[in-house]
Write a protein that binds this ligand. Sequence first.
Ligand code: NAD
Ligand code: IPM
Ligand code: MN
Length: 355
Amino acid sequence: QRRYSIAVIPGDGIGKEVMPEGTRALEAAASAHGFEVDLQWHDFASCDYYAKHGQMMPDDWKDRIGKVDAIFFGAVGWPDTVPDHISLWQSLLQFRREFDQYVNLRPVRLMPGVPCPLAGRKPGDIDFWVVRENTEGEYSSVGGHMFPGTEREIVIQETVMTRHGVDRVLRYAFDLATKRERKHVTSATKSNGIAITMPFWDKRVEAIGAEYPGVTHDKYHIDILTAQFVMNPQRFDVVVASNLFGDILSDLGPACTGTIGVAPSGNINPDGTHPSLFEPVHGSAPDIAGKGIANPVGQIWSAAMMLEHLGEAEAAASIMRAIEETLATETGRTGDLGGKADTVSCGKAVASLIG
Ligand code: NAD
Ligand code: IPM
Ligand code: MN
């Protein structure tokens, strides 16, 4: 029997509420499609763990989760107790870097029956992928803080782009486009204002694009690209961007489909040298945590992406059908989409439709 070992890390806030719905779907898919999931739950990478241990993760975290088939992650961050830059740099951002998950893959899709905040848009009009560079770029630890607390205080944080790092994420985006009907890549930069790193990215887009004669591409400056996401979302097929721009676009895209609560992501190590990590795009949402109202679909859709990655395409497709059916009804949708469901009732509705 096929069996997958999965590290399950709920994290903080609504991460702890949506994760049980993610694993409910996962277990339903496993039993319907004839495989097993060995779920290993971990309490680290959370601010509760930090309160007990003074750090976000045990020293041997890599040994504990480095050999699993995949990591299923909720959300981390509780700024009232641990500053965000500490909680995130000691957890999620470590996973992405140390496990070389250099692609952050984030689908954006308007689902049937879901009220769209953009007037006149129907399913099919908004259906694209954001491919975000996930290990370098603006999220760099190169920099410094000098003369703190004085009037001469200086802070510097460099953007780091390597040819190796840029080329491999661009190739991933172009490869993805070859599998899509429209075979189009849009690249986001800001080469008019940020005149060293961004033109370099543009040049690599031309070089890698030349390797893919069957794929068309265009380039936008990030400012107008955000406007086009809202005004003409039907233009986009695969959108590739640096770490920071990809972060911003992958909240904006799902917001155009009604909520960030449904958006999933795969932090992928395409080389298979380390496990990949699957998590919703959203965070721990302290403003609604503990109320049982968070939308669990981002977590459940992340489970589908994880199964697809593990080679269980049919199970992934049956989760997606169950999500679509649930989101099409007011009783299935949570409050962020104007529906009447809570976290658990939405999650149970999806699980009951799997298989
Ligand atoms: P957030 O994504 O947690 O929340 C933004 C807004 O969206 C909030 O109003 C929230 O209630 C709403 N929202 C988010 N997910 C929802 C869901 N599933 N259902 C319904 N509504 C939902 O972003 P934030 O407020 O900027 O950050 C809160 C904390 O989460 C911070 O500590 C931040 O650093 C962290 N964070 C973590 C991740 C991650 O783990 N990947 C991602 C983003 C933010
Ligand atoms: C995301 C999040 C993280 C990021 C934060 C919490 C560091 O916003 O996964 O999109 O910026 O990558
Ligand atoms: Mn983000």
